[in-house]
Design a protein around this ligand. Structure first.
Ligand code: UDH
Ligand code: NGS
Length: 286
């Protein structure tokens, strides 16, 4: 994948840098969460996405090499909807991107944050990504001007979700969709590995960013409008009730809990036509 050979008549060397803002963007989008579409329909639409979910614009050299990491278990319907809407958006944004669906194996308590760390680790071994977008499977942007790209600070892109009346419920919310350059993510040692069950791992991530002296940037709340697919709480992802002590320790614990101490076992890797799915055994809650 991600061949570096010629595309059409131009080589990577003589293709121009893509413009800062792509001219193919359309702005606000109509997102119908009840749309009837099959995965085969989506595959048929995206012949230019190569095996494993990799794409790069043919006409120009992308600004960033972006790995999109999605934590996953038992959300096939959401994955289909997410791909249906995100692929055209990401292509119009002219990213050089790869999609990584990181699936938690077995029925142990879900650990969203650890899956994100696994995604970072696995993606950066495959290609020279310099930007990592960590996205829930159930958030779909309603405007393609909400760039899935990194900035000079970590970015939060799900700051205007329909579920919260298109505004931020609290200033330090850092869930849903976030973007880190490789250096930014390494600087904070990634996410904590210790959040088993729902809640708080995103707040802890925010604390790491602040402790590392960085600020969080957000797009304006018109461009950032997003839909969240309505769903019930999943079995195995009950609220953990133990988040607050962990969040308050972030500043010192970030040195010893994160990417550098990540351990897991890869159970399976599947190169789907539209994404790479990596199934991992995260072990037992400590
Ligand atoms: N996820 C899965 N499978 C699971 C649990 C979580 O794939 O079993 C992933 C998925 O990418 C999801 C993300 O982890 O988008 C975050 O989990 P979540 O969607 O459960 O968290 P959220 O805060 O919702 O979006 C919490 C449950 C709300 C219940 C409201 C009932 N009305
Ligand atoms: C906070 C959670 C965050 C979560 C946010 C929004 O209470 O992890 O709600 O959740 N923090 C703690 O539990 C400590 S949402 O309404 O989107 O499900 O992101």
């Amino acid at each position: 994948f991600h061949q570096r050979e010629n595309i059409g008549n131009s080589t990577a060397e003589d293709r121009p840098q893509c413009p800062e803002t792509s001219s193919t963007l359309v702005g606000p989008l109509n997102i119908d969460l009840n749309v009837k579409v099959t995965i085969d329909d989506i595959i048929a639409e995206h012949g230019d996405v190569s095996e494993g979910g990799h794409f790069k614009p043919a006409e120009c050299t992308a600004h960033q090499r972006i790995a999109i990491v999605v934590p996953f278990r038992n959300r096939e319907t959401h994955l289909k909807l997410w791909l249906y809407y995100l692929l055209p958006i990401l292509k119009r944004q002219q990213g050089d991107f790869g999609i990584y669906v990181i699936e938690q194996f077995g029925d142990t308590t879900f650990n969203r944050a650890k899956l994100m760390n696994v995604g970072f680790n696995e993606a950066q071994r495959e290609y020279d990504y310099n930007c990592f977008i960590f996205s829930d499977i159930d958030i779909i942007p309603m405007d393609d001007r909400n760039f899935y790209r990194c900035g000079s600070n970590p970015r939060h892109m799900a700051n205007a979700v329909d579920k919260f009346g298109f505004s931020l419920p609290y200033d330090t919310l850092f869930g849903g969709v976030v973007a880190f350059t490789k250096d930014q993510f390494l600087k904070i040692n990634g996410y904590s590995n210790m959040f088993w069950g729902w809640g708080g791992e995103d707040d802890e991530l925010y604390s790491r960013v602040a402790a590392a002296g960085m600020k969080v940037e957000r797009p304006n709340s018109v461009i950032a409008k997003s839909r969240m697919i309505v769903h019930n709480r999943d079995p195995g992802n009950e609220s953990n009730g133990k988040s607050f002590p962990l969040i308050s320790q972030a500043q010192w614990r970030m040195r010893i809990d994160g990417l550098r101490t990540l351990s897991y076992k890869t159970v399976n890797t599947t190169r789907h036509k539209l994404y790479t799915k990596i199934t991992v055994d995260l072990g037992q809650p400590g």
